[in-house]
Design a protein around this ligand. Structure first.
Ligand SMILES: [Zn+2]
Length: 468
């Protein structure tokens, strides 16, 4: 049943190099905008594969691209390689064993490697068939909270691309529903006046009070937000540790999410008013700084049909008994709620005996309860974009967990990643082989943008937080 498509063979021809790359990136986990080793590993592969390379995209040292082919359409495959803080974990064991400061708790070591592999397979197909066309791999840093792709879109690095293809590791296989919330992170810093909290409290104006009042205001707003909007917060600076000082300065980060870009702009304006109100109440001054922002996802029904057809053709990754045994061990560390939630999302009865998804989930059956956000969404406004989920871990594994990191170098993860490369390469091949599809996708995209033009959620003065 396998390997009835020549493009899959082209993926398999290179798979050893890319499993090695994924494992190498796993072993050097680096958080947003610090991915120097991971980016260097991807650069080394691009050089080995003879790509034309551009580095330092959008002024970000860990963003790069490699390109092959001549003339024709330009298809982009998007990769990522950033890790998450505090999610270091020994791989291959089903017990929590923290390891290092960061870890691949979202599987981006697999994400980037499969994307680069798909691009290489397409390079081979273009060369072998003599088809005019170019394929480009984008190494995109800082997906986790860094919105790097939004900065890259703002800098125009996708301007000559016709379509973009990507994937994300998951606990099942299927087309990814084109749903992602727009979001913005804003730091609100309140400046007041220090004073002795007992002997002269009347002279003090508390930044900490302002932060607390701001949160009260946001909490009252929640009842009057759209159901799918979200506001989360974290204290970045609570002012200090001494309760007998009126804290002169405090900072809270508000993470605001909304269904679409306009909804985000509306909600951000309301949160800003609450910040102003808290400053007024406490006689402090509020200073705001946008840290990052991403858009909601723009769907591409034409590309989604192409990808869903390819996913149905290839089916789910084929796992073996050893894969299932490890997945079963991981499953023992998860709650029933996690497992039940996964089955709910894929529209199936709970089957506790099934540790790895051996099925494909049609888009029509998916229930994307509780959408997150991704900076892939900004690319979707620049060019028609499509994404797949591919099973790389036990059913029910939550993202951003030690269990996800623990499975990041497993044979099942490698199988899922190779499978993802086959799906992406097959979709790319279909776009090169039938330029009508691409023309339809672009026309559909242009029509959507006419109805709602793209407004970059990042103001021009907001820059990527690159240190050093
Ligand atoms: Zn991720």
């Amino acid at each position: 049943m396998r390997n009835s498509d020549d493009i899959w063979t082209k993926v398999e021809a290179h798979e050893a190099d890319y499993i090695r790359l994924a494992d190498q990136v796993f072993d050097t986990p680096e958080v947003a905008y610090t991915e120097t080793k991971s980016c260097a590993a991807h650069l080394a592969r691009l050089l080995a594969e003879g790509a034309r390379i551009a580095e330092n995209l959008a002024g970000i040292p860990t963003a790069l691209m490699g390109e092959w082919g001549q003339g024709g359409p330009m298809i982009a495959i998007l990769g990522e390689y950033d890790a998450l803080p505090a999610l270091g974990q020994e791989p291959g064991v089903a017990v929590q064993r923290p390891l290092g400061a960061a870890g691949h708790g979202c599987g981006h070591n697999l994400l980037g490697s499969a994307a680069l592999l798909a691009a290489v397979a397409l390079r081979d197909w273009l060369a072998e068939t003599g088809t005019p066309g170019r394929v480009r791999y984008y190494g995109c840093p800082a997906e986790e909270g860094g919105a790097a792709k939004a900065f890259m879109v703002r800098a125009g690095v996708f301007a000559d691309v016709d379509a973009a293809i990507t994937w994300h590791p998951g606990d099942y296989t299927g087309l990814m529903a084109p749903v992602a919330l727009a979001n913005m992170r804003i730091d609100f810093t309140f400046h007041g006046r220090a004073a002795h909290a007992a002997s002269s409290p009347e002279l003090g104006r508390s930044g900490l009070d302002a932060v607390e009042l701001m949160n009260v205001g946001v909490n009252y707003m929640r009842e009057h937000m759209p159901d799918d909007a979200r506001v989360h917060y974290a204290y970045l600076d609570a002012g200090g540790e001494a309760p007998n000082v009126v804290q002169p300065r405090a900072t809270v980060r508000q993470l605001i999410r909304a269904r679409d870009n306009k909804g985000l702009r509306d909600l951000v304006a309301r949160v800003r008013k609450i910040g102003d109100g808290a400053a007024l109440m406490t006689e402090t001054r509020v200073e705001t700084k946008v840290v990052s922002a991403v858009s909601s996802m723009l769907s591409s029904p034409v590309l989604e049909r192409v990808m869903e057809a390819q996913i149905v053709t290839i089916g789910a990754p084929v796992f073996d008994d050893a894969d299932r045994a490890f997945a079963r061990d991981i499953r023992k560390t998860l709650t029933n709620a996690h497992i039940e939630d996964t089955f709910y999302r894929v529209g199936r009865e709970v089957d506790a005996s099934l540790p790895l998804a051996d099925f494909v989930v049609p888009l029509a059956d998916q229930r994307p309860a509780g959408a997150g956000s991704t900076d892939v969404a900004d690319v979707s406004w620049a060019v028609p974009t499509v994404q797949a989920w591919v099973a790389t871990c036990a059913l029910g594994t939550p993202f951003h967990s030690w269990q996800l990191t623990a499975q990041g170098k497993s044979p099942a993860a490698h199988k899922g990643m190779i499978h993802a490369a086959k799906i992406m390469a097959a979709v790319g091949r279909d776009l090169f082989a039938g330029p009508d599809i691409l023309a339809q996708a672009k026309a559909e995209h242009a029509a959507k943008l006419t109805r709602e033009p793209y407004i970059c959620p990042l103001d021009p003065e907001v820059m990527p937080p690159i240190s050093g």
